[in-house]
Design a protein around this ligand. Structure first.
Ligand code: ASP
Length: 362
């Protein structure tokens, strides 16, 4: 009995110490993790406030002092420039606040990867920045949100989580934003790595990273809040067999400064589209070729002559991620060659040239 009391005291001392050292700011945006069931079989995303979700997991205080801000209450299918900018301001403030040691963002899973990748580019280093969501609404009888949120806080409180850019924590897995994709509409372990494997996992509440951070602790973003506006200037166009060339012509007339082709295979598109794409590039548009295939790379000059067309290959980036990187690069006014170089950088940052950034990742 005395042993048990001593053990309990030790746990609470450890908890109190952790809480004294770590201060995690949770920024809530909505999603199924904050979902509330409807009388029908459905539910409403983002219906519950973050303090209700935190109150459901009292163990959270064993990891850190917790503060929070409700940035938005949306299903992430409604994510938009204005919410992204508000989230930028909230993350930036928390990054600059010396008392805050790490940041957790709660987010719907539909576009969680888009946001995590955006903020990975905007905040490539420094304090842990963890994105977390859930597949079942908060009032489901076996909701996954409480454990996922607790896991995200455990990862955020880990000394190992710094200088890794934005990470995603769902279903006991830790993923790098750059390497993650949503691969299942309903499974709890919906996020999988595209290339390069998981970054780590939670084993019985223990945070395990599979490799040390590859980014320097001084990686500074090339981009700022104003660049977020440019995301609206880039469209993604999917290609399919047996669509009329008139379809592509009409669709291209609606595209702004940048176009990401969600191509087939190695970023291929029908030859009937080639002439329209040439006209678009000649008129100052920028074309990036990506693929509907979730894994692998889209390489330059395989079946499409990128040198001739003046297009950029997305390499390891999916169409939505290529869209975000291209949009952030638009204000830099780079010619296609330089854009290709930026796409080939793991982390295009302000502090290092691409070559140096790449060497630092080795
Ligand atoms: N539609 C929801 C959202 O992205 C789905 C989820 O969170 O899992 O907000």
């Amino acid at each position: 009995m005395i042993k048990l009391l001593l053990a309990m005291a030790l746990v609470s001392i450890l908890g109190a110490n952790a809480a004294a050292q770590e201060h995690i700011q949770i920024l809530a945006t909505g999603g199924t993790i904050a979902g509330k069931s409807l009388p029908s079989s459905g539910y409403t995303s983002g219906a519950l406030p973050i303090d209700t979700l935190i109150a459901a997991i009292p163990e959270i205080e064993g990891y850190a002092k917790i503060s929070w801000q409700q940035v938005a209450s949306i299903g992430s299918q409604d994510m938009n420039i204005s919410v992204w900018k508000n989230l930028y301001r909230a993350i930036d403030k928390a990054k600059k606040d010396e008392k805050i040691t790490a940041i957790v963002v709660t987010h719907g899973t539909d576009t969680l990867v888009d946001s995590a990748f955006l903020f990975d580019l905007l905040f490539p280093s420094g304090k842990p920045l963890i994105f977390v969501g859930a597949m079942r609404p908060a009032d489901h009888r076996s909701a996954d949100g409480p454990q996922n949120l607790l896991d995200a806080v455990a990862v955020a409180a880990s000394a190992e989580a710094s200088h890794r850019g934005a990470l995603i924590v769902v279903d006991s897995n830790i993923l790098e934003a750059r390497n993650a994709f949503k691969q299942h509409t309903e499974s709890l372990g919906t996020f999988k790595p595209t290339n390069g494997g998981f970054a780590g996992e939670l084993v019985k509440n223990e945070v395990v990273f599979f490799h040390p951070p590859v980014r320097g602790n001084d990686a500074e973003s090339l981009f700022g809040i104003a660049d977020i506006d440019r995301i609206a200037d880039v469209s993604v166009m999917a290609v399919y067999p047996a669509l009329s060339s008139q379809h592509y012509k009409d669709a291209l007339a609606l595209v702004g400064k940048g176009l990401v082709i969600a191509g087939v295979g190695n970023g291929n598109f029908p030859s009937s589209m080639h002439g329209y794409l040439t006209q678009y590039v000649d008129a100052g548009g920028i074309v990036v070729r990506a693929s509907q295939v979730p894994m692998g790379h889209v390489s330059r000059n395989i079946e499409v002559d990128d040198d001739r067309l003046g297009s950029v290959a997305s390499l390891g980036l999916s169409p939505p991620k290529a869209r975000i990187l291209l949009a952030l690069l638009l204000n830099k006014n780079m010619p296609p060659r330089q854009l290709q170089n930026a796409f080939s950088c793991q982390i295009p940052t302000a502090t290092k040239t691409c070559g140096e950034a790449q060497r630092a990742t080795k």
